[in-house]
Unconditional design. Structure first.
Lengths: 155, 131
């Protein structure tokens, strides 16, 4: 699941380009982190938590792991650009996909017929972008502007 | 209510109803396979807008339509038909509204469930409406 938020940062880009690479990289990393923290907070708030009684032989993840596993990952590279990722790691990634998108439970009845039951998706990832995408962009832009202002004259 | 108006709008469309008759239902999907193809719907987000002092009367909502079929082609064609009805829709929804100012299809995602052998194409519609 990937979501794109497009922001015109051409004026910021011009300013960043005038700074030493190490300084501009840190400013960008801090700005993306600020935006990511906003999205992460909402995603954690909307993430479902299992409430069923675990069966003794179950190998499913314990309650709360999905929420705890959600994290941000910021990477800034001179060759590959800057990127922010918000979501689960490989620990709960598969559960996050099921919970977000939903799935069909299937079982065979005694007479061999297939029985299905839908577990609807929660769409908590889409919901978090809808709810706080704009605030995340605001946080990103504000942090970027702060970083540039504090390094004014460093070029 | 927004979803009631959207369901009526879809049911009034000849292509959509040609696939599903009136089988446009809130989640969860039916357990009876004879009820497929069908569409289920759910609201993934519904965010009212505010001014500094009050609500601005415009709400942005993401409604997810799950288009199910026993074959991939059914699910996908059904989703395309739903998309065609909702994409860029503007106006008063049938059955008493509300007024929709803007409607965008922001995603259309294919899926297949291994156990049930049911195909699903999900249509994500984001609508701004008077609330």
């Amino acid at each position: 699941m990937e979501f794109d938020l497009k922001i015109d940062t051409s004026k910021f880009d011009a300013k960043l380009a005038q700074l030493p690479l190490k300084v501009s990289g840190k400013i960008m990393r801090d700005a993306l982190q600020a935006g990511g923290d906003v999205l992460l907070g909402t995603m954690k708030a909307l993430a479902p938590e299992r409430t069923d009684e675990p069966t003794p032989s179950s190998d499913s993840l314990p309650p709360g792991i999905l929420r705890e596993d959600l994290h941000t990952q910021v990477s800034v590279s001179a060759t590959q650009g800057a990127r922010l990722r918000v979501g689960p790691s490989e620990i709960a990634g598969h559960v996050a996909r099921w919970q977000n998108n939903g799935w069909m439970l299937t079982r065979k009845t005694k007479n061999g017929k297939k029985q299905i039951r839908e577990i609807p998706g929660k769409f908590f990832m889409e919901g978090s972008v809808d709810e706080s995408g704009e605030a995340a962009v605001d946080a990103f832009v504000q942090k970027l502007a702060e970083g540039l202002a504090s390094n004014e004259g460093a070029e | 209510m927004l979803v009631n108006g959207l369901v009526t709008l879809l049911r009034n469309d000849g292509t959509v109803s040609g696939f599903v008759n009136d089988r446009i239902l809130p989640i969860p999907a039916p357990e009876d396979l004879s009820q497929y193809p069908c569409v289920t719907y759910q609201v993934a987000s519904d965010l009212p807008g505010y001014t500094l002092t009050n609500s601005d009367g415009v709400t942005t909502s993401r409604v997810v339509f799950n288009c199910y079929g026993l074959r991939y082609g059914d699910a996908y064609s059904l989703a395309r038909a739903v998309k065609a009805v909702l994409s860029s829709y503007q106006g008063m929804l049938p059955g008493g509204g509300p007024q929709v100012y803007e409607s965008q299809i922001v995603n259309l995602v294919d899926g297949f469930d291994d156990g049930s052998r049911i195909s699903r194409t999900t249509v994500h519609a984001v609508l701004q409406y008077a609330d």
